[in-house]
Design a protein around this ligand. Structure first.
Ligand SMILES: [Zn+2]
Length: 393
């Protein structure tokens, strides 16, 4: 068996109604909380009064910070500047990937008080992060990024000179991931589609990652099976409790897997796409994953025909199509066909919808070789990466 290491995981509480455990869990860290949420829907949902009443009942006072859209380094720095003298014992992030990543970065810097730019990968001085982090409880309300289980916070500076980069350290991992599938009941279908494809992409990319290991493979496998059975069902009706559980589980284990073994070309491309254009992360992943898988398989067949990722892609093709008898080549076709069918059924927009044109391709390709691309199972040429984008414009 190949050597592997398993880095720190949060304590995980998973299941319908586990949200009710939040106040008591938070009280274990102290009586002063910072609540970080998205800008809108949670406060108008039935979950908000339950959460706030529970915190009050535990004698917890809180400050509330709402994050509008994807977090930027400036947003994190402003929050840290405003709050670092406050007596905050625990940061509670409740929301989608943006709210959780913002909460994670803020929790990391509340005590040290310095700018997040000191630590962002690939920009600035990349100084090591010494901590200490304020205890962080992550409560996802979407099934997508798996941020509740990862050690990085993705921050964006939007625009043609922008970037999308990670503040990453094992000390940033949440103390508790509280995953309550019931919270997905308020997710609109387009959010379910984009986030679900993000989660699936993270599972597939970690499964075939150049650093893949048996332990994360088994998690990713179970996650992909859950997504196969849950994604379209949840898209059609968020009232389906079993589908909610399946997708919440798929997203959680996608975060665990990616934090251990990394991702691939889809996430390599999602970073510059999300920085240069107003494309939600899940949409970028969902719209690219079928074509990126096709290109990876073609590149492996031509350049590294004995590579184990080819066998793994075939396994996933048999899993998704439920056709265990398929030979490797037929299973590869079944995998790509299934991903294309999902992309269509989930109504994922093309890149052109967000203003991407063929003239933008070279710039996106040039900025796609961040940390995710480094664990793609095969080294892609610029022309391969360009072909992925061209197919989805
Ligand atoms: Zn992702």
């Amino acid at each position: 068996m190949t050597e592997f290491s398993l880095s720190r995981l949060p304590r995980i509480e998973f299941g319908a109604c586990v949200l009710a455990r939040l106040p008591a869990l938070a009280r274990g860290y102290g009586a002063h909380a910072l609540l970080v949420t998205g800008a809108g829907s949670l406060k108008s949902s039935s979950f908000w009064p339950a959460v706030t009443a529970g915190l009050k009942a535990q004698g917890i006072s809180w400050l509330h910070l709402a994050i509008p859209g994807e977090p930027s380094p400036q947003m994190v720095d402003e929050a840290v500047r405003a709050l670092h003298l406050e007596p905050i014992d625990v940061v509670i992030g409740i929301g989608g990937g943006s709210a959780l990543d913002a909460a994670k970065a803020i929790a990391g810097l509340l005590k040290p008080g310095n700018s997040v730019m000191n630590h962002l990968e690939g920009v600035g001085p990349e100084l090591p992060y010494a901590g200490p982090a304020t205890p962080f409880i992550a409560v996802p309300t979407t099934a997508g990024t798996g941020s509740e289980a990862t050690k990085n916070a993705v921050l964006s500076v939007p625009g043609m000179d922008g970037f999308k980069k990670s503040f990453r350290d094992e000390k940033l991992v949440a103390e508790v991931a509280l995953v309550d599938p019931d919270l997905l009941a308020t997710c609109p279908p387009a959010v379910i589609a984009a986030n679900g494809m993000d989660a699936f992409t993270q599972l597939l990319e970690s499964f075939v990652s150049s650093r893949a290991a048996p332990l994360t493979d088994s998690l990713a496998w179970g996650g992909m099976k859950a997504a196969r059975d849950g994604l379209l069902a949840l898209y059609v009706g968020a009232g389906d409790a079993v589908a909610r559980e399946r997708m919440a589980y798929a997203a959680l284990v996608s975060g665990i897997a990616l934090a251990q073994v990394g991702l691939g070309s889809v996430h390599g491309l999602a970073a510059p796409l999300g920085a240069f254009f107003p494309i939600p992360h899940g949409v970028a992943c969902g719209t690219l994953v079928a074509m990126a898988t096709r290109i990876n398989i073609e590149a492996l067949r031509t350049r590294e025909p004995a590579h184990p990722a080819l066998g793994k892609y075939a396994q996933v093709g048999r899993l998704l199509s439920k056709q265990g008898h398929l030979d490797q080549e037929a299973a590869h076709v079944a995998l790509i066909d299934t991903l294309e069918a999902w992309t269509h059924a989930l109504g994922l927009p093309t890149l052109a919808h967000y203003g991407v044109t063929p003239a933008d391709i070279p710039r996106i390709v040039a900025d796609s070789r961040g940390s995710s691309m480094k664990t793609n199972p095969v080294l892609l040429e610029d022309s391969d990466i360009a072909a992925i984008l061209a197919a989805r414009i």
